[in-house]
Ligand binder design. Structure first.
Ligand SMILES: Cc1ncc(COP(=O)(O)O)c(C=O)c1O
Length: 387
């Protein structure tokens, strides 16, 4: 064997993969751990979605390979979903590409646009996959800081001072993970004109617009976005279907065609019953989303109580499925998470895993039942002060 590809040295084992082994060990030793770390929806999809999946799976002829662009009805459902919820019109034939989760879209888009050495603007803090995929392709990560002092929006003056000549792609994501900062159309407009000015492909990653957000937004609501932007969206969080792996890439015809070409070399379509279930999910009415948000809202109030008890600072006017909290100065996210795990058997995510600007923060997930959060509160009350 003559060694692994050089690119494998560019990425490490995912923090959660390492830490969850410790969580498992503690549990096996008789210390059940309350996991507030991971954004994995624990609520089920709408019953009609499961019904469609079951009915479709019972049909013997539904188990073969599927086309690379999904069935036409799926693309039509995605297009109608965009029209109904975002007032955005996209052609189901040419401007929408169903994906096996939006995470794979990050790879497909990067593979479509990036050559080795190209630069990519990546939000810091932000979803770690933007950076890891960039590195896997031999391109260069150029982090741009998102700070609380600027409402977690990009500082365009600072960006303009940089050499942007080699930047080909820019990732952005609102509601922002991990801070929960909400999308703002004026910020989308600034992103679009920045991308236009510097000839950068702007990719908006939009998986959280249906979680605790009263008015879901799309980058395509910003004027001129259709020329320079792509959007990724997903049923993982909006419809409690993370394990199903259903996402979509939306944007101009020539770009979607090129991404489809790349994707067609990587997978062999999406299981038909999953597509049928996804169509049902996108037709569900507002009430269901509201009920889901009531559950998340109640959990969030308890997490706020929990965070207050720990002496942390956080914003309340946020969207998405996390509470992003600032630690007292001098404590790193990693230290905090280790102490919380050791003393209270509670696991959460350190801010540093989302980038250098995440230093001194922690992220609590709302994908956890109320009784568990109440249990976590009791644990902290009984061992307070934890630091
Ligand atoms: C910001 C962000 N983008 C993309 C994803 C991936 O979502 P999907 O399940 O659609 O691949 C996640 C998942 O946690 C995320 O937080």
């Amino acid at each position: 064997m003559k060694g692994f590809a050089k690119r494998t040295a560019e990425v490490g084992e995912y923090y959660f993969s390492i830490k969850l082994k410790e969580v498992k060990r503690l549990t096996e030793e008789g210390h059940p751990v309350i996991n507030m770390g991971i954004g994995n929806p624990d609520l089920p999809p709408h019953p009609s979605v499961i019904g469609e999946l079951q009915d479709s799976a019972a049909i013997p002829s539904n188990h073969g390979y599927q086309g690379y662009q999904g069935i036409p009805e799926l693309r039509i459902a995605m297009s109608e979903f965009y029209r109904r919820h975002y007032a955005v019109d996209k052609d189901p034939q040419s401007e929408i590409l169903p994906l096996i989760g939006s995470k794979e879209g990050i790879m497909h888009i990067s593979m479509t646009f990036l050559n080795e050495g190209d630069e990519v603007l990546v939000p810091d803090p932000g979803y770690p996959t933007y950076s890891s995929v960039t590195k896997l392709l031999g391109a260069k990560v150029k982090p741009y800081a998102l700070l609380d002092s600027n409402a977690w929006y990009p500082d365009f003056d600072l960006l303009e001072q940089q050499d942007l000549s080699q930047v080909k792609l820019m990732w952005c994501n609102y509601p922002h993970m991990p801070s929960g900062a909400k999308a703002d159309i004026s910020v989308f407009e600034k992103l679009v004109s920045f991308a236009k000015k510097h000839q950068i492909v702007l990719v908006h990653d939009n998986p959280y617009s249906f979680v605790l957000e009263d008015s879901p937004k799309s980058i395509f609501q910003a004027e001129g976005a259709e020329e320079v932007a792509l959007e990724l969206n997903s049923l993982s969080k909006s419809s409690n279907m993370a394990g199903w792996r259903i996402g979509m890439a939306i944007g101009r015809k020539d770009w979607i065609a090129e991404i489809t070409k790349v994707k067609s070399n990587m997978d062999s379509g999406m299981f038909l019953p999953l597509q049928k279930g996804a169509i049902a999910a996108m037709g569900i009415d507002e009430d269901w989303f509201e009920q889901k948000n009531q559950v998340y809202g109640a959990r969030r109030k308890l997490i706020w109580r929990f965070a207050e008890l720990l002496g942390l600072e956080f914003k309340r006017d946020t969207a998405g499925m996390f509470v992003w909290a600032k630690l007292p100065s001098g404590i790193s996210g990693y230290q905090f998470v280790d102490v919380l795990l050791e003393k209270a058997h509670i696991f959460t995510a350190p801010g540093e895993i989302f980038g250098t600007e995440g230093h001194g923060y922690v992220r609590f997930s709302l994908c956890i039942a109320e009784e568990k959060i109440l249990d976590a509160i009791k644990r902290i009350e009984s061992i307070k002060p934890i630091f």
